[in-house]
Design a protein around this ligand. Structure first.
Ligand SMILES: *Cc1c(COP(=O)(O)O)cnc(C)c1O
Length: 341
């Protein structure tokens, strides 16, 4: 039994999801003729109370298309220094959109309205790049699955509105925030110009992300997706997995959160632990006391069939997910309490 806690992207489609995929009605989605992709896009748009949505092969492409939509070459966007769009999308902000990023020193990957306000370049000062977009992440990845309060997101929205900035949400793990904070997707739909969500993380679909926004923006996003090479043909087989995931795998995310919290509580009591960051959702970040080597710790767990990842700078990460079952959880809890490092 291999227990992979490296990421919530490691899940494999189960029998029922596969059956659902096999049975999908498909067509050529580049002509928008795939009924299952169309259904998924409509479902996600309705969920957020937004006009339209578009299916993407990855969250990266959905975010990059959004950035392209909202900016012109030479512009600047504002995001946290840990943002996925900046750190983990291969430099796509510059590569795809010719845009620079003003990084904010936020807390656990989250920024405040005041920080955003202070990061805006004066629009009439033509020496600086023109600030046109704010990207926030919820939950935050490198920030350890932290969730924004709606109040903060509203305050940032006000700064965007009064400064004529577009507002994009990287909601790769927004589902986790919705469940943990008992929020409704429409509360997010009314704040943002565009929202990207992943179906292939905690929800267990093999592939796929969706970008939601206004009809006009999504029409333009269709062209951008084509340019990026993201137009897929009989993609309904993949969209079917997404529809199945949305119906069956959102509510259960609180199980992942419960397990991550329990792991955090157990780790907290271990003499070799330095810091366990607060656990709000399914990501748990912790570090060992300075005399211990984290690479050796990763190897030690590996020999007991438990796989976790290092984030660098002494930080270690555990991510719980759909394929991390209760028996595995009990085994991991027991192993962590007994391990001699
Ligand atoms: C995973 C992730 C994405 C998208 O990643 P892909 O692997 O391209 O689907 C975007 N933003 C955040 C915060 C993520 O964690």
């Amino acid at each position: 039994m291999e227990i992979n806690l490296v990421s919530d992207t490691v899940t494999k489609p189960g029998h029922e999801m596969l059956q659902h995929m096999f049975r999908a009605k498909v067509g050529d989605d580049v002509y928008k003729h795939d009924p299952t992709v169309n259904e998924l896009e409509e479902t996600v748009a309705n969920l957020f109370g937004m006009e339209a949505a578009l299916f993407f092969p990855s969250g990266t492409m959905a975010n990059q298309a959004a950035i392209k939509l909202h900016t012109q070459p030479g512009d600047e966007l504002i995001c946290d220094k840990w943002a996925h769009v900046y750190n983990y999308e291969g430099g796509g902000i510059a590569f795809n959109s010719g845009v620079s990023a003003k990084l904010i020193d936020g807390i656990r990957g989250m920024v405040t309205a005041k920080q955003v306000q202070d990061a805006i370049n004066p629009p009439d000062f033509y020496h600086s790049p023109l600030t046109t977009l704010v990207c926030v992440e919820n939950t935050t990845n490198k920030g350890g699955g932290a969730c924004y309060s709606l109040q903060t997101l509203k305050e940032i929205k006000e700064v965007c509105t009064s400064n004529n900035l577009k507002y994009h949400l990287d909601g790769a793990r927004l589902w986790n925030a919705l469940v943990a904070k008992k929020q409704h997707p429409k509360q997010f739909g009314e704040l943002f110009n565009t929202i990207s969500v992943c179906l292939s993380k905690g929800l267990g679909a093999p592939v796929g992300s969706v970008l939601a926004g206004s009809k006009a923006d999504i029409n333009r996003a269709l062209r951008i997706r084509k340019v990026l090479g993201g137009g897929m043909r009989q993609a309904g087989y993949l969209a079917a997995a997404g529809l199945y995931a949305l119906k069956n795998n959102v509510g259960r995310l609180d199980e992942d959160h419960r397990r991550a919290k329990q792991l955090g509580e157990v780790l907290q009591q271990m003499p070799w632990i330095d810091v366990v960051e607060p656990v709000e959702t399914n990501i748990l970040i912790f570090s060992l006391r300075p005399q211990y080597n984290e690479q050796a710790f990763i190897e030690l767990l590996k020999r007991r069939n438990i796989f976790i990842s290092g984030l660098g700078k002494g930080k270690l990460r555990i991510v719980t997910h759909l394929d991390y079952k209760e028996v595995m959880h009990q085994y991991v809890l027991e192993t962590l309490t007994k391990i001699n490092i």
